[in-house]
Design a protein around this ligand. Structure first.
Ligand SMILES: Cc1ncc(COP(=O)(O)O)c(C=O)c1O
Length: 443
């Protein structure tokens, strides 16, 4: 049989972009050819300031030499090692380094390749954990309205964003949701964690009363809901959730895919809020976005519960071909070294007040309904256009990219900002001057 070769078109049609309006994009594409530190560059060489650390992931900035070199070295030395039944030294080293950053007894790291996989992994570990302990009736999973936990069936089931759920059938059964912690009426223009809203954690008690604790496996929340528009947790909210989970034997999973690796000024948000969950889900910043990697950090108690039965038998029937991929581990180790050597988590903390000042200075611009900040993140809600939700922010993103040389992220009519942690003070100023110009231009 002759090989089938089609003449390959050099156009934009074959690529189906994720979470992107494909037709609009292909009419006016936004393409990057390279990146360095705080900037992307288009093919024509135009610099675009990175206001969103790529997609909340490039915390150390772009194409950092030590990370590039580590990936290059690793590609020459060991390109791939099977993830099942075999391993390689960097996987253990990285697991130890990550465990050392995590609070309490969170010492066991299960590697995945994306936040979505890591979320599903954590949910599966929670279910299996209760089963190995003889509490298999604990099968319900509790998420939160406006939560984002990636796009796997587990993640969209516990997630609370309607557009991500409505087209995909019945999802997982036995899932319930806490209410969102956001109220514009009570929280508008708050810097950091709002005073109002801790009582919303008590809704977990209502859910427990409805289903009975003996049927509930785990609660999963983002410490700061990122993808839905930067919603910092109300003061005391996470501590309350922890206490209620403890009272009822329910596992608490913090999805730190965005908040991990310095975004809120600590290795993990768990540290910022003094809450030790039973599992942390991480991704993105672990390699500063340079190679896909994600994972779950589980407590000793959880890991050891599985270590029973004959020793030649697999304890957890779960994993991925590319779990702990050598290139990802090399990038991860180099990224963690950069975070440590350049004190980037501390840097995020030190810049937080200036960042919040710069963001809040946009209050009063036409059509700005709310601004929220925490760590090096900001969410800016714009008034939607009548009958065209999302159109104003979409225009803002386009104008920022084409006219101002700035990359911003949008969700609905909210602008989200979360620069690499290497951002300089002058660049923070530049970023918000550009955002202000864009907001004026779209109102
Ligand atoms: C909190 C949270 N969980 C999970 C995910 C999914 O990660 P991924 O896109 O790598 O699957 C994201 C992505 O933004 C996220 O913000």
């Amino acid at each position: 049989m002759p090989a089938v070769t089609k003449p390959g078109p050099n156009d934009l049609e074959s690529y189906w972009l994720p979470f992107t309006p494909n037709r609009a994009f292909k009419q006016a594409p936004r393409l990057f050819a390279r990146a360095k530190d705080m900037h992307y560059f288009t093919a024509e060489g135009r610099a675009v300031l990175d206001g969103t650390a790529g997609l909340w992931c490039s915390n150390a900035g772009h194409c950092r030499d030590p990370i590039v070199a580590a990936i290059q070295r690793q590609a020459e030395e060991l390109d791939y090692s099977p993830a099942f039944q075999f391993a390689h030294p960097q996987a253990f080293e990285l697991a130890n380094r990550i465990a050392a950053l995590a609070p309490g007894d969170l010492n066991r790291v299960f590697f995945c390749n994306s936040g979505s996989e890591a979320v599903d992994t954590a949910l599966k570990i929670a279910l299996a954990y209760h089963q190995v302990r003889g509490e298999g009736a604990r099968s319900r999973l509790i998420g939160r309205e406006r939560g984002y936990h990636g796009t796997g069936f587990g993640g969209i089931s516990v997630g609370g964003i309607v557009a991500n759920r409505r087209s995909f059938g019945t999802l997982l059964t036995g899932v319930d949701h806490l209410p969102s912690t956001y109220s514009r009426e009570h929280q508008a223009f708050t810097r950091g964690e709002p005073d109002w809203g801790a009582h919303l954690a008590d809704e977990l008690e209502r859910i427990v009363a409805l289903h009975d604790a003996s049927t509930i496996a785990a609660v999963i929340v983002e410490p700061m809901a990122g993808s839905t528009g930067v919603l910092p947790p109300p003061k005391g909210y996470l501590q309350k959730l922890r206490a209620i989970c403890d009272r009822h034997g329910i596992l608490l999973i913090l999805d730190e895919v965005i908040t991990g690796f310095g975004r809120l000024g600590c290795a993990f948000a768990a540290e910022r809020y003094g809450v030790t969950p039973d599992m942390i889900v991480f991704a993105k910043g672990v390699t500063s976005g340079a190679v896909p990697m994600a994972g779950v950090i589980a407590g000793d108690r959880i890991y050891t519960a599985f270590m029973r039965g004959p020793e030649h038998v697999i304890e957890l029937f779960h994993g991925y071909t590319y779990s702990a991929h050598p290139l990802a581990c090399a990038a991860g180790l180099a990224a963690l070294n950069l975070y440590r050597d350049e004190k980037l988590f501390e840097r995020a903390r030190a810049l937080e007040a200036k960042w919040a000042d710069a963001a809040m200075a946009l209050q009063g611009l036409p059509g700005v309904l709310d601004i929220r900040t925490v760590g090096l993140t900001a969410g800016i809600d714009l008034a939607p256009r009548l009958g065209a939700p999302g159109a104003r922010a979409a225009e803002a993103m386009n104008r920022a990219f084409h006219d101002e040389g700035l990359m911003i992220r949008i969700t609905g009519d909210t602008i989200a900002l979360c620069p690499p942690l290497i951002v300089r003070e002058a660049q923070i100023g530049e970023m918000f001057v550009k955002v202000a110009k864009v907001i004026r231009a779209v109102t």
